[in-house]
Design a protein around this ligand. Sequence first.
Ligand SMILES: Nc1nc2c(c(=O)[nH]1)N[C@H]1C(S)=C(S)[C@@H](COP(=O)(O)OP(=O)(O)OC[C@H]3O[C@@H](n4cnc5c(=O)[nH]c(N)nc54)[C@H](O)[C@@H]3O)O[C@H]1N2
Ligand SMILES: Nc1nc2c(c(=O)[nH]1)N[C@H]1C(S)=C(S)[C@@H](COP(=O)(O)OP(=O)(O)OC[C@H]3O[C@@H](n4cnc5c(=O)[nH]c(N)nc54)[C@H](O)[C@@H]3O)O[C@H]1N2
Ligand code: SF4
Ligand SMILES: [Mo]
Length: 690
Amino acid sequence: MQTQGELVTRLAAPGRGDTHCPYCALQCGMRLTGTAVEPRDFPTNLGGLCQKGWTAAEVLRTPSRLTTPLVRVDGELRAASWDTALDLVAAKLARLRDAHGADSVAVFGGGGLTNEKAYLLGKFARVALGTAQIDYNGRFCMSSAAAAGMRAFGLDRGMPFPIDDVARSEAVLLVGANPAETMPPFVQHLTGALIVVDPRRTATAERADLHLRPRPGTDLALALGILHAVVAEGHYRGDYAAERTTGFEAAWRLAAAWWPERVERVTGVAAGDQRRAAALLAGARTAHILTGRGTEQHSSGTDMVGAWINLALALGLPGTPGSGYGCLTGQGNGQGGREHGQKADQLPGYRKITDPGARSYVASVWGVPAESLPGAGRSAYELLDSLGREGGPRALMVFGSNILVSAPNAGHIAQRLSTVDFLVVADFVLSETAALADVVFPVTQWAEEGGTMTNLEGRVLLRTPAVSAPDGVRSDLELLRALAIRLGQPEHRFPADPETVFEELRSASRGGPADYSGITYSRLRAGDQLHWPVPTTDHPGTPRMFLTHFAHPDGRAHFTPVDYTGPTEPLDDEYPLLATTGRVLHHYQSGAQTRLVPELNAASPEAFVQVHPDTASRAGLTDRALARVTSRRGSTEAVVHYDPTMRLDTVFLPFHFPGAQRANLLTNPALDPHSRMPEFKVCAVRLESL
Ligand SMILES: Nc1nc2c(c(=O)[nH]1)N[C@H]1C(S)=C(S)[C@@H](COP(=O)(O)OP(=O)(O)OC[C@H]3O[C@@H](n4cnc5c(=O)[nH]c(N)nc54)[C@H](O)[C@@H]3O)O[C@H]1N2
Ligand SMILES: Nc1nc2c(c(=O)[nH]1)N[C@H]1C(S)=C(S)[C@@H](COP(=O)(O)OP(=O)(O)OC[C@H]3O[C@@H](n4cnc5c(=O)[nH]c(N)nc54)[C@H](O)[C@@H]3O)O[C@H]1N2
Ligand code: SF4
Ligand SMILES: [Mo]
């Protein structure tokens, strides 16, 4: 076994042009020479890149790049100077605040923002605007895994171990994740026995030793079935449970009723396969259970992840060297973006905004009275749903999200957005959401600016500017500073230099669960590999957490009693099929960036519905025909893709496409009670020919 000390590796200090991919949480190392991309060795990608990474520089020089602020005049967006746009926005926001109170202005952030941006955005909302109404797209992403991790371990760091532990693992159970398309270089780390849980036969499932194909929305029952098999076959690690956990008995009382044959009837996964999965995991000397959005984006997502964590605890994996449970965080800064205060209930360092000690500490760093800080605000969907309503916000500022395409029940959200008095969007391209705005600010992109990102392993890395920005654009930090000053804030309170902002973030996070106080730009420039927490500048970082104790006050991990309830929406004659949604290799999220890259667009030009040929022909549809897919909330158009490996009861749609092709016109905004995550991964639909 390696000790923490030996694990702290030092990479070669980054050289000129060295940066990281703008997209997902793998944060693959790359080098930009001019605008040509080359892969670079980094522990997550080991010299590999996916096609999105290879073509990432295209978005830097896209003809669609915004280079001047836009202001809506007589219904049309027209070019304006920075001063005009800034003065207009500040005056409008101040008027709304004076007339209707601070909560009349809302802020929506993103998990792609650097730590510095996420931190300053949270501070801008609470201090410059004084609003409680801030949340972000991470609520739509890994929030159920975060809530389940908090409940089980007392702390949420997506992977509490470095990625090379996965590479050495003898068995990996991947639940609702398709890294062969969503993080291709990650697949190099899957070298042991692989079990994949996915209703579809994905490119990842193709590589598996065992593919379990549950009906969408039934994972919780499946996890209980495998736990049942683990206990029934004598693989339960009672010694580990006694020493390191609490609560097994209560969790087992519920799981005991879910023997594999009963689970088979609910999930469609053969009892024998459940037992094989249990035996494979139990027989491995080291094993990992990793979850993705497929098992998290449900109205019972927190309990679903809780059920997989219970299984991991019964097998003795969390906090055991070489083994563990982790969530595959998705966005570039999906981890850091959930730690520094752009969440409705949060202050920097992963502190709670409702905790009086946290409030007074952070207020002292910010130089404001603790009483002036607002309380917790609404969660992302609830915030968007409240726009323009009695008591809801009348203005919205968006940084790093394209909600018109990516929010659930998108038709309804478009209607709510149309009722606000004032919509402000910062972006580098005219996303579908930006196109609706009253004011659009053109900002710098990844390779043009500095800042830190925290990848899916909790590893903090530094991006330094690799190319210069076009004339006319400013960074998000400069934009926030300019607005804050116009809103009456002292200049020193809103620095725009990333390193200065990071210095403040270090202080604000000191002593919090996500403690960054020992991280400095100079350590990162020297190539240090720093997984948080890093409480002092000579601390080596914490690649592996929980080795001696979990973060609950009793030092133990907690089993959670969870039971199967199933998806919110019933199937009936009108809506007889289950629709699930997700990603394809060539597009990123709402597609705002990747739809501008010709090579990616050519590979994946339009929305499709992946369906079993028999299911399609029952609806009168042939391969490549145009279909209408309809749910209780709306209809979308998609080209039929026959796939004989699909379940007969399930169709799949990617959510990357705009307008009438939006998968989110269908999705159900039923929210998980703990994480407030919407049920993106299952809703009832019918198929028709168009
Ligand atoms: N190419 C590409 N890569 C990306 C992104 C992107 O947009 N495009 N986005 C990044 C981000 S932000 C994220 S969050 C990650 C997401 O990465 P993943 O979690 O890998 O992506 P998804 O495609 O959303 O969902 C994974 C799988 O869940 C399955 N699934 C659907 N319903 C269920 C269910 O009920 N149970 C189970 N077990 N599985 C189910 C789907 O069939 C799908 O194959 O990807 C990151 N990487
Ligand atoms: N049906 C369905 N819907 C889903 C999902 C699903 O699986 N199914 N997944 C959900 C998940 S996991 C996620 S993460 C969300 C993601 O969906 P979105 O939140 O829409 O994410 P992006 O498409 O990445 O939008 C980012 C926008 O911000 C801009 N941008 C990028 N970086 C910056 C920056 O640094 N500053 C500023 N100001 N702008 C920037 C980009 O150009 C783009 O317009 O979608 C969710 N929606
Ligand atoms: S896997 Fe993710 S980080 Fe790596 S190149 Fe592809 S999109 Fe970029
Ligand atoms: Mo995500």
